[in-house]
Write a protein that binds this ligand. Structure first.
Ligand SMILES: [Zn+2]
Length: 146
């Protein structure tokens, strides 16, 4: 549940609420400071936390952009998160813009960090995942033998 005041703080990216609460977004499993400049989520997908350690206990990841834990998010960890998103959504028509939204980072920063860590761009990686999935689908299964 989000109060009107909290919702207003979130959509206005109001930094004066940063010491009062964090909000977690159910759909993308990330939590943020009220001041986070990322695209605002749908109100019904938000959970508000007053204990800043709770979101992580509930399985939410800190946002790369606003660093709701007060410490930078490790590049390698972030790339793992991006890779998880790619593997979950490879069948969708995923653009860099959408990926940046889901991973909470800017498009240019995401591309740069991903390439630095994996030596591949997110779109090359997406193609790899799609090819692997296509090969798997072509492998003979028990069903076809019988
Ligand atoms: Zn954020």
């Amino acid at each position: 549940m989000v109060t009107d005041t909290e919702w207003k703080a979130i959509i206005e990216n109001n930094p004066s609420y940063d010491d009062q609460f964090r909000y977690a977004v159910k759909t993308i499993k990330i939590f943020c400071r009220p001041s986070c400049p990322s695209r605002p989520p749908k109100r019904e997908n938000i959970t508000v936390y007053y204990d800043f350690t709770e979101p992580e206990k509930d399985g939410f990841r800190p946002c790369k952009r606003c660093q709701p834990n007060g410490k930078p998010v490790d590049d390698t960890l972030w790339v793992e998160e991006i890779d998880t998103i790619l593997q979950e959504q490879y069948a969708e028509n995923l653009t860099l813009k959408e990926l940046a939204y889901l991973a909470h980072g800017s498009e240019s920063h995401l591309r740069h960090v991903f390439k630095k860590v994996t030596q591949k761009t997110p779109s090359q990686r997406l193609l790899d995942i799609r090819l692997t999935a296509a090969k798997k689908a072509l492998l003979p299964s028990d069903k076809t033998i019988s």
